[in-house]
Design a protein around this ligand. Structure first.
Ligand code: ZN
Length: 223
């Protein structure tokens, strides 16, 4: 290799290293657990045209920022809700396209579910989601490696409010408030059916967590 070719090779190698390392350091600054003294409220399976606006209203009234792990086709169907989330300071993460068990999928299917939903949300909000919450909280080495290869952080379910199990409003609120602790990530749901109890429990959850001396912070802001 001539000295010119060698220096060009070194230049491109260094540029590649710089890009990779700067991207990695960007992800290393992504908040994936709640900040000390706060909890992170997260909402899965939406957006829902019925429940998501009510949840956004309650969060706005209480000046709280949260994180929404959205399903690709619903995000596409209700772009105004996604844009409202972003405009009001909330974070948006991924919850795949068809809510599958990711551990059962091959690479082509993972491409559709994960990179497909990321591209879709990125087109809507102009920034790239950096966090994936696997549906059902199910992950394995294959899903972890796929996510890492595509610069995505996997976010576990955290504390499950069990609001999808048709618990009463009081039970959902009590469960969440009793367990709330500094740094905790709390799983709630705004999407699919029968989320009225989640909506009704949310003001009680907020009040109870504030009484414990804790605040709120969002995780997973798109980059
Ligand atoms: Zn889900």
């Amino acid at each position: 290799m001539s000295s010119l070719k060698v220096s060009r090779f070194l230049m491109f190698a260094l540029m590649g290293f710089y890009c990779l390392s700067s991207f990695a350091s960007d992800l290393s600054h992504v908040q994936t657990v709640a900040q000390p003294g706060t909890v992170a409220l997260t909402f899965d399976d939406g957006p829902s045209p019925i429940y998501t606006p009510q949840i956004l209203d309650i969060l706005k009234e209480n000046n709280i920022k949260a994180t929404f792990f959205v399903v690709g086709p619903l995000a596409k169907q209700f772009p105004k809700l996604i844009n409202r989330m972003v405009a009001e300071g909330h974070a948006v993460g991924l919850h795949a396209m068809t809510h599958p068990k990711l551990i059962r999928l091959n690479t082509a299917q993972l491409n559709y579910e994960i990179v497909g939903s990321r591209d879709l949300v990125q087109r809507l909000i102009g920034k790239s989601p950096v966090c994936l919450r696997p549906p059902y909280g199910m992950m394995n080495k294959n899903v972890e490696e796929y996510a890492a290869a595509h610069q995505l952080l996997i976010i576990p379910n955290g504390f499950n409010s069990c609001d999808q199990q048709k618990l009463s409003v009081a039970k959902i609120a009590q469960r969440v408030v009793d367990d709330a602790d500094s740094g905790e990530v709390i799983l709630l749901h705004d999407g699919y059916l029968h989320r009225q109890n989640t909506v009704k429990a949310l003001p009680l959850i907020i009040e109870g967590i504030r009484k414990k001396g804790l605040g709120f912070s969002a995780i997973c802001y798109p980059q």
